[in-house]
Write a protein of this length. Structure first.
Length: 304
């Protein structure tokens, strides 16, 4: 089997069995093709899948060195993600095709310090949720739609992809919402009355006939709403509101977790609500909460 055919099998496995998102699949495919292109150039021709079992640690390090150079060198975080993707590819080759590569164990990626999430404050979140209704360039149903999407991100802690994956049959929202997140992991998320009301207001105002299986949120011409629209809409809002560049749609999900933690929710519950596979991922929010505590202390204590 050719190496690129093995790569195609791996990507199909990620799509069909691991249920990765299209965006993640595209990133893994780009990394895999870039990896094979380097190896083909380094070895002077096309490779078979069996050849990948003989790739040396030096060759893998040389590939990482190439990624660090050029007009668009990768950051340590991107290098680490690229190496992680290739480890996953070689793991697939080992499990499915019996082609192991022990050299990977000898390669260390760059050290990456995990960055703390950057949520918006409660006041900033309220401003973002109210802003669509003040935009004179939007039809009333579009304003209701944008408000409903942002309210889902902040009120339920959803990712953009999760909010936009809702179907017409999911509304009206009940007291809880079943969400399928990364890796096809399913979780139940409580729905606040404010969230249910925002979605219902949009549903009452939107002009399109929707069947039960149609995407709930629609673009101006009737097609499914794209993540890029939500990102661009929030970019315009933060410009009008004078918010920092960190005020993104995903920052509303961060704010959901951070504000729950500040109000006394325990980490394990927040982990379940966010759909994190590991508690260590959720623990990053304690850094944000501690930082807020220190800022409050520094601004209020007379000896600070």
């Amino acid at each position: 089997m050719e190496a690129r055919a093995a790569l195609a099998q791996w990507l199909e496995h990620l799509e069909q069995e691991r249920r990765l998102s299209p965006r993640t699949l595209a990133a893994y495919g780009f990394i895999g093709r870039r990896y094979l292109t380097f190896l083909e150039g380094h070895r002077g021709g096309p490779l078979t899948a069996a050849d990948l079992g003989g790739i040396s640690a030096a060759e893998i390090r040389a590939w990482l060195a190439v990624l660090r150079q050029g007009e668009a060198p990768l950051s340590p975080r991107s290098l680490s993600q690229s190496l992680s993707a290739i480890r996953t590819f070689h793991g697939f080759l080992d499990r499915r095709l019996g082609i192991a590569n022990p050299a990977l164990a000898l390669v260390r990626g760059p050290r990456v310090r995990p960055s703390a999430p950057r949520p918006v404050s409660e006041d900033q979140a309220a401003e973002l949720l109210a802003e669509p209704g003040l935009d004179a360039n939007l039809d009333p149903w579009e304003s209701a739609r944008d408000e409903a999407v942002l309210t889902l991100l902040y009120g339920c802690g959803l990712r953009i992809s999760e909010a936009l994956s809702l179907r017409r049959r999911d509304a009206p929202l009940g007291e809880a919402l079943r969400i399928t997140g990364k890796g096809a992991k399913t979780r139940m998320v409580p729905v606040l009355p404010r969230v249910a009301r925002a979605v219902q207001d949009y549903l009452d105002a939107q002009p399109f006939p929707l069947s039960p299986d149609d995407p709930l949120f629609r673009a101006r011409r009737g097609g499914p709403l794209s993540p890029r629209h939500v990102q661009a809409a929030v970019q315009g809002m933060r410009g009008r509101l004078g918010l920092p560049a960190s005020a993104t749609p995903h920052a509303l999900r961060h704010a959901f977790a951070t504000h729950l933690l500040g109000a006394g929710a325990d980490l394990r519950s927040i982990q379940e609500l966010l759909g994190h596979a590991s508690l260590s991922t959720t623990q990053r929010y304690t850094q944000v909460d501690s930082a807020a505590l220190l800022r409050a202390y520094a601004s209020a204590h007379p000896r600070a």
